[in-house]
Write a protein that binds this ligand. Sequence first.
Ligand code: PXG
Length: 441
Amino acid sequence: MTDLSALDLDAYWMPLTPNRAFKRSPRLVVGAKDMYYTTADGKQVLDGLATLWCVNAGHCRPKIVAAIGRQAGVLDYASSYSLGHPLAFEAAHRLVALAPEGIGHAFFTNSGSEAVETALKIALAYHRLRGEATRTRFIGRERAFHGANFGGISVGGVAAYRKAFAAGLLPGVDHLRHTQDLAARAFVRGEAATGADLADELENRIISLHDASNIAAVIVEPVAGAGGVLVPPRGYLKRLREICDRHGILLIFDEVITGFGRLGKPFASHFFGVTPDLITFAKGITSGTVPMGGVLASKAIYRTFMDASAAGVELFHGYTYSGHPLAAAAALATLDTYAEERLFDRPNELAKQFEDAVHSFRGLPHVIDCRNLQLIGAIELAPRPGAPGARALEVHTKAWDRGVFVRPIGDTIAFCPPLIAEAKHLDQMFGVVADIVREVA
Ligand code: PXG
């Protein structure tokens, strides 16, 4: 037990949190190991969402902990502005080696939101360098989440993240439709056989409206995460790639959640066999331990910047902490942990149990959809009349009280455990949640 009575809860304006409710009934964790959190009142809670889709290697893994500690005493900070330190180069090299063929360079940021801003800026600057400065529009997708900054919420597609900031949204953004269609495709296991033609509206609706010469890039999450876990129909991403290729439009995959093994491959790009021009990453790169994100860029894009820009800085963009030594050390140790423990294979090994467990909710009260792909999944509940989100929130709260953390997104409950999960953890997670779904009115 930790004594929290002296803690000032008021001073901290918590992010993306109902502060008033939280401070009336605080929920604090004081430790974590592998699959479990330890709460302030001494309970063990299973981490069913890799916390925020990021702790892919599990908590407090020895190699990562040691690397961060060691690095803090050797080189605590060095800028990457015209000054280098070896670990950032090594981390970039390792990332490129892990990335799909054709990707050749890594740009570092401190978060997924900054990664998205960086990718959008690279896209604009790239077209300008190539003499196609009219390519300025971005195409996002409904129900997408691309971080909390202005570029990201502009291409993002969740109203809650956008409505208060509408005045600051980027101009010149269109949105593809999202891929969910409960009437046509509920309770699909993995990728749906129908729906790839949703990609065609990029050509039929958006390009035909604006002309491709005005479009810089399309950005999508290969599997939408924070918008409610939406698995793309089979062939959809490939079609987007083909249309982008036909029209000289860059394709950006936001792999902040899908990167680093979630689908049983290093990146979703490998899983789907589709290589974008830019890949954003964050979260799993350090398994959540030290903030880090970035953009993986194709060799062709980087070459354009090196060949076509005037002498001096090729891209006026970066962050004080880009390539931070502690983050780079954490990234290298995390990538070592993934490799040594073959953690990217775990979703393949667990896929059948995970899929069966997700779909075992079919037929339970209020369950209107079950969705899954490799080690990411969700169940969707019918909203309570007049109180959208309340039912899933109640499931989430009760699950926490019974030692399982899963995330409510509207009336969807998302499952995304660390890759070190074993069969018994999945049994615990799905078992507790299923019991609660049976009880909740
Ligand atoms: N892109 C994607 C696909 C994400 O999931 C970001 C960008 C932004 O990353 P940072 O590191 O700036 O937070 C994310 C983040 C949710 C939820 O509701 C998910 C995220 C963030 C906040 C809430 O599940 N993912």
